[in-house]
Design a protein around this ligand. Structure first.
Ligand code: NAD
Ligand code: UD1
Length: 336
C-alpha cells in the first residue's frame, strides 16, 4: 500500500516509516521540519535500505497538501504532524490551535477531495485528563487540561463528526501513552530542541553530561515511592501498533479507538534506576516541587488493541533505557 505519513520526519513518525518500509509499503512523507530534521529520513533509508518520497510541505498550506494527493494515489494516511509541547501550548495557545486544528482540517479536506478516506490519527492519553481509576480503558471519560490536550480532543471530535456525515471514512484514533526509546541501530531517536520537557529525554541529557541533574517533580504523590507513575512504551512497539492498525482500516470498521500502552506503570525513580543500569552512568537528581498540571499515575488497559489488532507491546524497561542510551551516546547532539 502507499501510505502518506504526515510528520514522518519526527520522533514517532520516523520509527513508523522504518516499520512501514520493512513491511514493503510505499512511503510518502509530508513534514515542514518545524520540529525535526531531514537527516532522520536519510537514516530511515540507511536502516531499511529502501527509499521514500519526501515533501517539505506545511499542512497550513492547502495547495502544498493537495499537490501530494495529485501526484500520488494514496491508500491511507498516518497523521502525526502537530505541535506537542504542553507548556508551550499554554503560553501560545493560538499557534497550537492554528497548527494542529487548521493543519488537520486542510489535510482532511484534501483527503476528501482526493477520495482518500482512511486515516490513523495520533491521539494521546492526555485526553483522559486525571483518570478516576486505573488502568485506563478507551471508554473512560475524556477531558483536557491544556491547549495541547484540547487540540487532541477537538480533532478526535472532528473525526467523529466526519464519520457521522460520511460512513465511507475509516478512522483509527490511537491514544499513545508515554513513548520512549529509539531504534536499536541507534540511527534514529528523539531529538528535542533545547532543554527537554519530558522525563526520559531529560535523563539522557544528564547521562551524556549536557545537564547537571534531573529535577524529580514531587515525591509526595499517592504512589508506591511517591513519584509519578507512567506507562512508558518503546517507540518501536508504538510504531508496530500503527502497522497492525492499517489492515483494520481496510475492513471498513468506521471509527475505532485504541490505547497504545504496555499496561504497566513505572515511577520516575524506577526510570532513573533503569537508565543507570542501562548506561552505567550515575544520574544525579534532586526532589523538586510538583509540576503544575501533572497527575500522580497513568497506565493503559491495552486489552482492546490486543483482542482486535493482535498487537501488544513486547519490549522491556531495559530495552527502552538501553536503546535511548545507545541513540544518545552515538548522537550526543542529535541529528545536528
Ligand atoms: P515530533 O515533533 O517529533 O513530530 C511531529 C512532526 O510534525 C515534526 O517532524 C514536525 O516538523 C511536523 N509538523 C508539525 N507541524 C506541522 C505542519 N503544520 N505541517 C507539516 N509538518 C508539521 O513529535 P512526535 O513525538 O513524533 O509526535 C507525533 C505525534 O504524536 C504528534 O501529533 C504528538 O502530539 C503525538 N503524541 C506524541 C506523544 C509523545 O510523547 N511523543 C505522546 C502522545 C501523542
Ligand atoms: C507529558 C504531557 C502530556 C504529553 C506527554 C507526551 C504534561 C503535563 N503532560 O506527559 O500531555 O502527552 O508528555 O509528550 O506535560 N518528570 C520529572 N522531571 C522532569 C520531567 C518529568 O520528574 O524533568 C516526571 C513528571 O512529573 C511525570 C513523569 O516524569 O511524573 C513523566 O513526565 P513526562 O515525560 O513529561 O510525561 P507526562 O507528564 O506523562
Amino acid at each position: 500500500m502507499k501510505i502518506l505519513v504526515t510528520g514522518g520526519a519526527g520522533y514517532i513518525g520516523s520509527h513508523t516509516c522504518v516499520e512501514l518500509l520493512n513491511e514493503n509499503h510505499e512511503v510518502v512523507v509530508l513534514d515542514n521540519l518545524s520540529n525535526s530534521s531531514e537527516e532522520s529520513l536519510t537514516r530511515v533509508k540507511k536502516i531499511t535500505g529502501k527509499s521514500l518520497e519526501f515533501y517539505k510541505a506545511d499542512l497550513l498550506n492547502k495547495k502544498q497538501v493537495d499537490a501530494v494527493f495529485l501526484e500520488h494515489k494514496i491508500d491511507a494516511v498516518i497523521h502525526f504532524a502537530g505541535l506537542k509541547a504542553v507548556g508551550e501550548s499554554v503560553s501560545i495557545p493560538l499557534k497550537y490551535f492554528h497548527n494542529n486544528i487548521t493543519g488537520t482540517l486542510n489535510l482532511l479536506c484534501a483527503m476528501n477531495e482526493a477520495n482518500v478516506k482512511n486515516i490513523i490519527f495520533s491521539s494521546s492519553a492526555t485526553v483522559y485528563g486525571d483518570p478516576l481509576s486505573l488502568p485506563i480503558k478507551e471508554d473512560f471519560p475524556l477531558s483536557a487540561t491544556n491547549p495541547y490536550g484540547r487540540t487532541k480532543l477537538m480533532i478526535e471530535e472532528i473525526l467523529q463528526d466526519l464519520y457521522r456525515s460520511d460512513k465511507n471514512w475509516n478512522i483509527a484514533l490511537l491514544r499513545y501513552f508515554n513513548p520512549v526509546g529509539a531504534h536499536k541501530s541507534g540511527e534514529i531517536g528523539e531529538d528535542p530542541f533545547g532543554i527537554p520537557n519530558n522525563l526520559v529525554p531529560y535523563i539522557s541529557k544528564v547521562a551524556v553530561g549536557f545537564l547537571p541533574r534531573l529535577n524529580v517533580f514531587g515525591n509526595d504523590y499517592n504512589t508506591p515511592d511517591g513519584t509519578g507513575v507512567r506507562d512508558f512504551i518503546h517507540v518501536v512497539d508504538l510504531a508496530l501498533g500503527h502497522i497492525r492498525t492499517l489492515p483494520k482500516l481496510f475492513t471498513n470498521p468506521g471509527i475505532v479507538i485504541y490505547n497504545l500502552g504496555t499496561g504497566t506503570g513505572f515511577s520516575v525513580l524506577e526510570m532513573i534506576k533503569g537508565f543507570e543500569t542501562a548506561s552505567g552512568k550515575k544520574i544525579p537528581y534532586k526532589i523538586a516541587d510538583r509540576r503544575p498540571g501533572d497527575i500522580a499515575a497513568c497506565w493503559a488497559d491495552p486489552a482492546k488493541a490486543k483482542d482486535e489488532l493482535g498487537w501488544e507491546a513486547k519490549k522491556t524497561l531495559d530495552d527502552m533505557c538501553k536503546d535511548t542510551w545507545n541513540w544518545q551516546n552515538k548522537n550526543p547532539n542529535g541529528y545536528r
